[in-house]
Write a protein that binds this ligand. Structure first.
Ligand code: DQQ
Length: 590
C-alpha cells in the first residue's frame, strides 16, 4: 500500500486499523512504504556505508522494494525491482533491472519500465514475467493511470530478443490489457502473477484485491494473452484478511525435490497460494489443491487461511515472488526486506531496502509446509572456514567463534541434547499463534530449561548490543513445542529518539515462529546468513525462517563478535558448527 497525498482518504482508515491491531497486540510488521513526499526526490550524492550489506542485492543508493518479474531466459537470470531513482523513500517508482548468470554477481542495466504512457503515467507497480511458447518473454505489470490510484494491467515485451540482457522493453499500443470492471475495486487491483496454461489451452493470471475486508485474487483467462476475460469467481478469497498484494500461485511436487514450471498440474502436485497482507505487512501461504475444472483453489483442511497462517518468513520479508529455473529444475523465491530504522535515518544514509538471498522452495516431506534453503550458489562466496565439533555448552556458557569476519558470515550449526525432560511447560494461557509475543517475554537472557540456545550474532565485545537467534523448547500435554526467535530488541544502542521522525521509533521486534519438528533425534539445526545489517536464519533445515534488520553501533565490521550460547539448565552439545566469511560478489555495481 502506498500513501500519497491523493490516497490519504483511503489510507487513513487502514492506518487507524493497523494502530488498533497494535493496541490489541496483534503482530504487525511496520508499514513498509509510506509516502514521505518531502523526501521523495532528494538528490544527494552521499551514501552512508556503515550497515550496507556485503553480499545481498542492493543498489548503490536510494530506495528499493518488491522484486519483480524474476526469470531465467537463454542462460541469464533477470531481476527487476521497484526502485526510486531519486530518493531513499518510496516514490517515483520504476522497474530497475539487473542481470546475472549465477544469481550472485549482478550487472545493472537500463531501467526496464518507467512511467511514459497514459496507462502508467502515475506509476509502474509490481508484476511478473511469463515465457510464452516459442521462447518469448512477456511481462505483465500494474500501471497507475490517475491521481486516484486507479490500477490497470499492462504488458511489455523485449525490443530485441537477440540482446542477451534484454535491455530495452516496449509498451505496445494495445495497452492496457485489463481494466477493472464494476465488480472490481479499482484501487486494489494489482500485481499480476506469472501466467499458467490450463488444459483447455487458455492462460490464467490472478491479481491481488479485496472486497471490503475480504482479501481475494481476481482471475482472468485468455486464449492469446492479449484479450482477457474475468472469471466469474476469484481463484480464492479469505474473509477478514484485508487487501491482498503480490499473490503467487504455483505447483510443488509431492514426491520429488525438483521445482515445477508454473503450468504443471496433476496427481503428484500440490499448489501453493501466497499473498502479501497489506494491513499487517506480512505474508502467509497455504498448501492446497487447484481444482482445474472449476478454476478454484482449495486450501488443505488443516491449513490456517488467514493472518495466523504459515509464513515463508516470520520476520522482515515482504512482496516476495518465485520463479521456475529450468536450468536447475528448481523453484526460487525472492523476498524484499525493508529497513527497520527510521525514515530520517534512511534519508541520511541515502539508501533503503535490500533483496534477500534467493531461496529454493520445496514441499516438506510431511506435506504440511514448505522448506526453504539459500540457493547453493551463495556457497561460492564462502571463505576461511572455521569449525567446531562436539563442544558442550552448560547452563550460562557461551563460546566465541573466531577466525572469520563475523559481520559478514554464513554459520551452520547443529545442536544436540540428551534429554527433553527439562523443557519448560507450555502455559495453556499463551497464544499458540503469537510466537512473537512469547519471544519478547522469553528472550535469550531469560533462563530456561531446554534452551534458549543458539547464536548471538552482531554482538559487541561487552554484549551491549547483540541479535540472538535461538531455540527454546516447551513441553505441552503430549508433544513438544519449539520456539525460534530472532530478537532485535537489543541489537542497537542507537537512541531511537535521536532518529525519531513523525512519531516513529526505530523498529526492533522480537520476531519468532514455531518450528514443526518432533525432536525424536534430539537435534536442532540453525543456519544464519549475517550481513552487517541483516540476519537471515533458517531453523531445522528451512522449516522456519526469520529475517531481522538491525543497526548496531559498536558491533560493526571488525568489532562484531559471534557466539554460540546456552541459557538453559539442560546442557547442549554443538555437534558441528561450520562458519565462513562471506566475500563480496565480484560485480555488484547496481
Ligand atoms: N508495492 C508495489 C505494489 C505492491 C506493493 C508498489 C507491495 O504493486 O502491491 O511499489 O509492496
Amino acid at each position: 500500500m502506498e500513501f500519497s497525498k491523493s490516497a490519504v482518504n483511503w489510507a487513513l482508515p487502514v492506518l487507524l486499523l493497523s494502530c488498533f491491531l497494535a493496541l490489541l497486540n496483534i503482530n504487525c510488521v511496520e508499514a513498509s512504504h509510506k509516502v514521505f513526499t518531502e523526501f521523495q526526490s532528494i538528490n544527494s550524492v552521499n551514501v552512508r556505508q556503515v550497515h550496507r550489506t556485503g553480499y545481498h542485492f542492493q543498489p548503490t543508493k536510494h530506495w528499493i522494494n518488491d522484486p519483480n518479474g524474476p526469470m531465467y531466459y537463454n542462460g541469464v537470470y533477470h531481476l527487476f525491482y521497484q526502485y526510486n531513482p531519486k530518493g531513499a523513500v518510496w516514490g517515483n517508482i520504476v522497474w530497475a533491472h539487473s542481470v546475472s548468470t549465477d544469481l550472485i554477481n549482478w550487472k545493472k542495466v537500463e531501467h526496464a519500465i518507467y512511467p511514459s504512457k497514459p496507462f502508467d503515467q502515475y506509476g509502474c507497480w509490481s508484476g511478473s514475467a511469463t515465457i510464452l511458447p516459442g521462447n518469448k518473454p512477456i511481462i505483465l505489470y500494474t500501471g497507475i493511470i490517475d491521481k486516484n490510484n486507479t490500477q490497470v494491467q499492462n504488458y511489455v515485451v523485449p525490443a530485441n530478443l537477440s540482446d542477451p540482457y534484454l535491455r530495452e522493453w516496449i509498451k505496445p499500443d494495445n495497452n492496457p490489457l485489463i481494466v477493472a470492471d464494476q465488480s472490481v475495486n479499482k484501487t486494489s487491483f494489482r500485481d499480476p502473477t506469472t501466467a499458467w496454461l490450463g488444459r483447455d489451452g487458455h492462460w490464467r493470471i490472478v491479481m491481488g484485491s479485496r472486497r471490503k475486508d475480504r482479501g481475494m485474487t481476481h482471475m482472468y483467462r485468455s486464449k492469446d494473452f492479449m484479450h482477457w476475460t474475468k472469471a466469474g469467481h476469484p481463484l480464492h478469497s479469505s474473509a477478514g484478511t484485508g487487501n491482498w498484494e503480490c499473490p503467487d500461485f504455483y505447483p510443488v511436487s509431492i514426491s520429488g525435490k525438483n521445482g515445477l514450471d508454473t503450468s504443471v498440474m496433476g496427481p503428484n502436485v500440490k499448489h501453493v497460494l501466497k499473498v502479501s497482507l497489506d494491513v499487517t505487512r506480512y505474508e502467509y501461504y497455504t498448501l492446497g489443491s487447484y481444482l482445474a475444472q472449476q478454476d478454484r483453489y482449495v486450501p488443505d483442511k488443516d491449513m490456517v487461511d488467514g493472518w495466523n497462517g504459515l509464513r515463508y518468513d516470520y520476520g522482515n520479508f515482504y512482496a516476495s515472488k518465485s520463479f521456475f529455473d529450468p536450468s536447475k529444475n528448481r523453484r526460487i523465491l525472492w523476498g524484499w526486506a525493508n529497513e527497520s530504522d527510521t525514515t530520517d535515518n534512511d534519508v541520511q544514509k541515502n539508501w533503503a531496502g535490500i533483496q534477500l538471498i534467493p531461496r529454493t522452495i520445496v514441499l516438506d516431506p510431511s506435506g504440511k509446509q514448505l522448506l526453504q534453503w539459500p540457493i547453493e550458489e551463495v556457497e561460492t562466496l564462502r571463505r576461511n572456514k572455521v569449525e567446531l565439533k562436539n563442544q558442550k555448552l552448560a547452563k550460562g556458557e557461551k563460546i566465541e567463534i573466531k577466525g572469520i569476519t563475523v559481520a559478514q558470515a554464513d554459520v551452520d550449526v547443529t545442536f544436540t541434547f540428551n534429554s527433553l525432560d527439562n523443557a519448560e511447560p507450555f502455559d495453556p494461557s499463551w497464544d499458540r499463534y503469537d510466537a512473537q509475543k512469547l519471544c519478547s517475554q522469553k528472550g535469550s537472557a531469560v533462563q530456561g530449561g531446554l534452551g534458549p540456545f543458539g547464536l548471538l550474532t552482531l554482538a559487541s565485545e561487552n554484549l551491549e548490543e547483540y541479535t540472538p537467534v535461538f531455540f527454546r523448547v516447551f513441553k505441552d500435554q503430549n508433544k513438544h513445542i519449539v520456539l525460534m526467535c530472532s530478537d532485535a530488541s537489543r541489537s542497537s544502542l542507537m537512541d531511537p529518539k535521536t532518529h525519531m521522525k513523525n512519531g516513529n521509533d526505530a523498529y526492533r521486534p522480537s520476531f519468532a515462529g514455531f518450528v514443526n519438528v518432533d525432536l525424536k533425534d534430539k537435534k536442532l539445526s540453525l543456519r544464519s546468513l549475517i550481513d552487517n545489517s541483516v540476519v537471515e536464519s533458517f531453523g531445522a533445515g528451512g522449516k522456519t525462517c526469520i529475517t531481522s534488520r538491525v543497526y548496531p553501533t559498536l558491533a560493526v565490521y571488525g568489532n562484531a563478535h559471534l557466539y554460540a550460547f546456552n541459557n538453559g539448565t539442560e546442557t547442549v552439545n554443538i555437534e558441528s558448527l561450520n562458519a565462513w566469511t562471506m566475500s563480496r560478489p565480484l560485480q555488484m555495481n547496481h
